[in-house]
Design a binder for this molecule. Structure first.
Ligand code: GAL
Length: 344
């Protein structure tokens, strides 16, 4: 009887050991096995920005998949600064005091990152900045600060190339009145955003390098917003009747605003080309419908995965294989055949 008991407990011990070893094996590479939950603070510059809300949805999806795969509970605490840097600073402080293990930050004012960085460094929690790139000196202040974004020069080159290709194939696609010049207007994002300046500069440069003869009619700042773009475009249609052949936009929402104005003025079928950047669901729908000539789509799934991979690595394993800067892949959306087969 005593012997039987001994065998039983030895058997049980062995079973426990084997199960533990198996669990450890299964969790290899996933780091700190004691941590079964994490709390991530996400700070958005504006929750109503179309591209940012698409990215937010992609991030939430990543988290869902991660929880399923690794049985680690993730609490995403998302705050909207509504365009106010002071609000965002208080939100950072609040999230840190609530015990967040890391922050993902979409700065309101990209030049003001040092306040958030000071708070994170003091609390010892890593930060992944995204979409609004802090200045290099700020990002270099600590080795647990990262940036995930989309290379604006590449977006612009892809946007410009859509137009160069169209012009090469058939100049009259862009030069509607055949006067040897493509007359364009330009809708730009926020002046303080790194993407606006660089996208504008390199889009035009690509057109010039591609030997597209250009004439700028006018341009204006619509801060990424559909309604602001629509108002500007409305004004230009009246000011320059029959002259606009091309509308170059720093993002899709502004392109959609320009299209709204064209539609209101009965110009949707006048052949005026409108191009954007982002590849948002609404942008792609307009592309499929034929009102948006082309856009440049950033892969939001890879974008969100990079953000979440970095924070979860840093929280669970204290290190990551990602570099300090991650550039999300993007592609031109312009093929006519693709227009017919593109699915939402
Ligand atoms: C840009 C994007 C815009 C807007 C902006 C916000 O990269 O193209 O649509 O979302 O970021 O920072």
């Amino acid at each position: 009887m005593k012997r039987k008991g001994l065998w039983l407990s030895a058997g049980l011990t062995l079973l426990i050991l084997l199960t533990t070893a198996l669990l450890l094996y299964e969790n290899r590479g996933k780091g700190d096995n004691r941590k079964t939950s994490m709390r991530i603070g996400v700070l958005l510059y504006r929750g109503d920005d179309t591209f940012i809300s698409t990215l937010r949805a992609a991030l939430e999806e990543q988290v869902k998949q991660y929880e399923k795969e690794y049985s680690v509970k993730v609490a995403l605490d998302i705050r909207d600064a509504k365009g106010n840097q002071n609000t965002q600073n208080s939100q950072a402080e609040r999230l840190i005091s609530l015990g967040c293990d890391a922050l993902c930050v979409n700065m309101v004012d990209r030049a003001a990152a040092s306040v958030v960085i000071d708070k994170a460094v003091a609390a010892g929690i890593p930060v992944v900045f995204f979409n609004r790139e802090p200045v290099e000196e700020d990002l270099n202040r600590w080795d647990r600060l990262y940036y995930v974004g989309v290379d604006p020069r590449e977006s612009a080159a892809l946007q410009g190339q859509i137009l160069v290709d169209a012009y090469k194939e058939k100049p009259e696609t862009l030069d509607l009145n055949g006067d040897g010049l493509v007359s364009y207007v330009l809708l730009e994002g926020e002046t303080s955003h790194q993407d606006s300046l660089i996208r504008t500069q390199w889009s035009i440069q690509t057109l010039k390098d591609g030997n597209v003869p250009l004439e700028k009619i006018t341009g204006g700042i619509a801060n990424w917003e559909r309604s602001q773009a629509s108002a500007l475009m409305e004004q230009w249609i009246k000011e320059y009747p029959g002259q606009i052949e091309l509308v170059i936009c720093n993002n899709d929402d502004m392109a959609l605003g320009a299209i709204d104005a064209l539609e209101r003025n009965g110009l949707l079928t006048a052949g005026i080309r409108v191009v954007g950047i982002d590849g948002t669901p609404a942008g792609r729908a307009a592309f499929r419908a034929g009102s948006l000539f082309g856009t440049v789509e950033a892969d939001t799934e890879i974008y969100a995965k990079a953000i979440f991979d970095i924070v979860s690595d840093l929280v669970l394993r204290k290190e990551t294989e990602y570099e300090k800067y991650f550039w999300t892949p993007q592609r031109a959306v312009s093929d006519r055949e693709e227009r017919l087969s593109d699915t939402p």
